[in-house]
Design a protein around this ligand. Sequence first.
Ligand code: NAD
Length: 356
Amino acid sequence: MQSALVCGAGGFIGSHLVKRLRKEGFWVRGVDLKFPEFAETEADDFIITDLREPENCRDVIDRRFDEVYQLAADMGGAGYIFTGENDASIMHNSALTNLNVLEACKNRNIRNIFYSSSACMYPEYNQTNPLAPVTREDSAYPASPDSEYGWEKLFSERLYLAYNRDFGMQTRIARYHNIFGPEGTWTGGKEKAPAALCRKVAEAKDGESIEIWGDGKQTRSFLYIDECIEGTLRLMRSGFTGPVNIGSEEMVTINKLVALIANIAGKKIAVRHVPGPQGVRGRNSHNELIHRMLNWKPNAALRSGLEKTYPWIEAQVERLRGDNALWKDITPTAPDGSSQFYQHRFDNAKWPVVDG
Ligand code: NAD
């Protein structure tokens, strides 16, 4: 039986990856600081541990795995990575994790390791035109990511490439572009644009308005989780190291994203634009390389992914509403001291617009 290790298996992408690997018949060990939040893990073995500690990495990598997926990272949406408040932690925590996991894999003679980099490593100067952002893989240098999160990703890409060159490890590097879907973070400050928008639309009544950061004309593409997992497995099992984009080429403005979600929800929703961190002005996946190297590229419509994601988030919102006490816990107290049921919505003007 083939075996796989998924680091970050308690997170969004990792928990979906575990399910897929189990379906394929793998014996799977998951590792994370926490269990998945929204469903029981399907891993055969799940270890709660901190991968920033080298001895913990040695303990969980105690055998040869056929495939290792390194998805553990300190990350979040724009509200987490663009405020500057978390820069040191993001760089420290994720770099240590990558250094330790790679070294432990090398010492077990594990050959196949996948690393999840991010489109956030692309230079800011190529993403100022919202209608024509450049994210060709070879446009990464001269480097100028717009966040320390992106710089850490770039450093770690180079680390995986160096272990590939120096120790003959078959590292695989993907640059994910905004992945979304059910069972992803949808509230609390680390959620990304599709989840945050689905939540805000689910919370709003028909005819109400929601707030978004910026003028809403900033562009992004969003990839549904199933295609992310498909691309990840195809890359891992190919002879291609990467780095390669795994993202959708269906670029939309954030205003368009709101309109799509509102349409799926069957509500009329107006948008109020407020100041806030937005990340780069435009970003889209460039899929020529993945198509050429893997003879495959994502092709599902954004709408089809949102049609599966919105009902899941709506159900989470309804579940919390049904549990008044729980809702109160995440609902800030109003300035007059009252804890208002709907205050949550307005304070969540601070939701992350994009990226990860
Ligand atoms: P996530 O935050 O849901 O999952 C990451 C997991 O890593 C979390 O469960 C977290 O607890 C775990 N982790 C963090 N530090 C750890 C440590 N020291 N020891 C053990 N576990 C630790 O994020 P995700 O959306 O599932 O992303 C997975 C990977 O893909 C990350 O590396 C992320 O940077 C990358 N990525 C994601 C996106 C996206 O849109 N989701 C885009 C680009 C890149």
